[in-house]
Design a protein around this ligand. Sequence first.
Ligand code: URA
Length: 436
Amino acid sequence: MRIQDLIAKKRDAKILTNSELKYVVTEICEGTIQQEQIGALLMAIYLNGMSTNETISLTEIMKDSGFIFKWENNEKFVDKHSTGGVGDKISIPLTPALAACGLKVPMIAGRGLEHTGGTIDKLESIKGFNTRLSPIQIKKIIDNVGCVITTQTEEMIPADRILYSSRDLTSTVASIPLITASIISKKAAEGISSLVLDIKVGSAAFMKDIESAEILAKCMVETGNLMGIKTSALLTEMNNPLGYMSGNALEIIESIRILKGQGPQDCISLIINQGAELLLLSGIKNNHDDARKAIKNVLNNGKALEKFKEMIICQGVDKELAKKICLEPNLLIENCKFKSKIYSKNSGFISSIDAMVVAQFILENGGGRRFMEEEINHNVGVELHVKLGDFLDKNEPWATIYHDSELNISEQLVNCLQLSEKEIEVKNRIIKKIIY
Ligand code: URA
């Protein structure tokens, strides 16, 4: 077999067999394929798609590329994964909240992809937090705490580690088979029994409309279930940033506020709904009201925050620092040089806050990366003071921008807000649930 022949096959929209896909993934993991070839193959898949069987094969082969966890009695092992958004920090408070409810969460997450933020980058804004754990370390933390958030390595899902960064470099992220294989391979390797997916839809998501988001959701739910994981998906709106904070350190601050029961309503609602779904899928609770109550309770009684503190300490954060940031999360951004407010030029009801403009601002000013190995500035971010539907007066501050170098901020964010004279009906972010 020659890689260039397989690229040609996919370029001509033909189907790759299981053994051809195995060959490609092996070559990728062994480093015997050229970067140009990975890029060409990804673009061919992006443009021509994959059949259902091809997508399932690719997912299984990627899962098998590294270590696979096998837990005794895995009913309590669950996870959640988002397809990526702006201000989407839900995994960070949800993971310890689930552990506080008695579930086990061995989460393998990723870095930022294109304009979207990554859970791993966000957590690395906490000094000392180790995101590259070995399977032995993961097992120990799961035994002791019940939850862990780590990333793909040479040992765990190496195929996704390589393809993830190549897709980011080649604008081939927004592909239904590639997103499916990337996410479901990671979840299957975790050895979990139940999974909830947050399929983002909107101008700042990889799926821009409900129809394509639904196709992606069905593909992922079907693949997850075929791999033995009870999987369901929620389609959620991603036109406006989630919560008030976007940017790595800011999102940890907001996550800690959520864990103290003080988070913004849109974030809390997603956590309660996704968490409740997992409590039901895993059989810990048998009705929706009890499941929702359980998640609310651990956010309000400090148990989820306690789990978060234990998790970050087990992942390398100094005990005293962990205690301090849980008490006063703003410490995470105290070394940021500039905090600049932006004032509204007009008055009106906020009809849109463009998440893509926020994301591009963060990316271009060092809060995201142009290539996977690039260092990022965790301080860079946008704190909104308003939400959709709020009334904003002329000259009122609507955001604070965190940055470490002099910037012409208002110019870069000029098109972010849309105001309307009429009141706005604010819809629930949850659009639809997809079950198998
Ligand atoms: N998250 C992932 O892990 N993979 C994707 O392709 C998109 C989001």
